[in-house]
Ligand binder design. Sequence first.
Ligand code: GLU
Length: 596
Amino acid sequence: MRALARLAPPLLLATALVCATVGPAGASALPPPKVPEAVGYGGAVASVDADATAAGIEVLRRGGNAVDAAVATAAALGVTEPYSAGIGGGGYFVHYDVATGRVSTLDGRETASRSADQNLFLENGKPLPFNDAVTSGLSVGVPGTSATWEKALQLWGTRSLGEVLKPAERIADQGFTVDQTFQDQTVANQDRFKDFPATAALFLPGGRPPAVGSTLRNPDLAATYRELGDQGTQALYRGPIGADIVRTVQQPPVDPGSGRSARPGKVDAADLAAYQVSHQRPTHVAYRDYDVYGIAPSSSGGTTTGEALGILEDTELSRADSTQYYHRFLESSRIAFADRNRWVGDPRFFDVPTAQLLSPRFAQARACLISPDHALTSPLAPGDPRHPADCASEGPAVAESYEGTSTTHLTVADRWGNIVSYTLTIEQTGGSGITVPGRGFLLNNELTDFSFTPVTPGVPDPNLPGPGKRPRSSLSPTIVLRDGEPLLAAGSPGGATIITTVLQVLLGRLDRGLSLEQAIAAPRASQRNNALTQAEPAFLALPERARLEALGHAFASTPEIGAATGVERLPDGRWAAAAEPVRRGGGSAAVVRPVG
Ligand code: GLU
């Protein structure tokens, strides 16, 4: 069977200085131990963080469903993983509804101001230096995360927003234990965090990154969550939280003595009031015996993983030797990225050929390029999905623009069989670096995901900024069904490597006989239509490396790629939750009633 497409303000700096408190090790309850796999009944949660996973399990245990638990887990990640996600950011939510058998998605992507245009990141006709854009009000898009939570609960949840925010409020009030990853991420951001008093007060207590083992509290965020719980997200989109966001974006609260200038942004109260979560159809491909559902544009996640799967459909990967398996995996993602870079952007501004990118005919036309004997040369030109022709290309190659490696992913299943796969982000680790004073959360820098100028002169770029436009994402929360029944859900952080990570996890699990946990732990490589394939040291130590190099693959070492999580329904009805054993300090998997 081939892949079938079925598209489917002046700031009161003083208020900031009281917003975080730090205590000695042991001042709060220690988080539950991190476990990369858990098996049992009653529902399952996997996230990067033990407190967040425990928040989701608490909601499941009290009878909440997967959506209730997913929002509780996400809100807790906003406390314990504040540099990766939170209500200052956005994300994409995929939901399998056991009652209808349907998969639906929410696009809660951050959105440019309606006053933005394609020159958003140009000054005197020249693109801003990337880092100046990152740490600025200019890069802040209207956040979509709290609207996503509210919408998901309205559509599919059984608990109120106020109820599911309670565990996260508690963690924010009582504090969480700082681990090495959190400290490392703080150190990496210290130079800019120190220039924003509200950020420094929260994340540099005493002027330094918090010690490993100390307790970090965020009472401002607890209060913000309470306000959202009591008043709903109108407190953010049409109320006082929103007013604080707008003031902060338009006049970034930089320490006047720091010497830093942070460019102001354009987001205003009307932009916040106009924000809409888009409830949209997922991407769908039939891959072997499976139905694979993902996120349609504005993310490139579903189209790119889906196209790569389509390209691989006619190759018996389960029987291929390991070198050919890796070769085909790398080639399929190389080709899919050539097409993604040319054709995918916000579909309300660019006629994205989503169905065509996922069509079996296009997959066949692109698979034609792959030879068992030698690797393709990147950058590879895109194909034309609307007029697929075997081995043909359309126009010049379009380079990949820079994307970081931040973000966080969570996966939840409940006792009834509903599933959520949810990836959320504030873009770069630490986002814009700008905390909304008195509110306890960082603002995103998601708009730097736009191309600042056309990536290839003369070629239309679907990802230029525009009024009310969403920047192209790589987030790839995915749900897989088999025979109409839920099988698994997975996703990962990691910028553009998210796409290749999700693809590699799917291939490992569906084609190569790995368990979901093994597929998540496996050594990783990421080919995105670049001359060099990024690869982890463990991948480069594989015996297949030399054979792949003999085929023409060339590698660049990178410390780690992604930090996936997933859940899977086992044949005997138990749920397995799976998380990273090592990357990002290891993730946390749990089930309501463990039965090993
Ligand atoms: N902004 C990226 C995206 O939406 C994710 C950020 C990252 O993971 O570095 O694709």
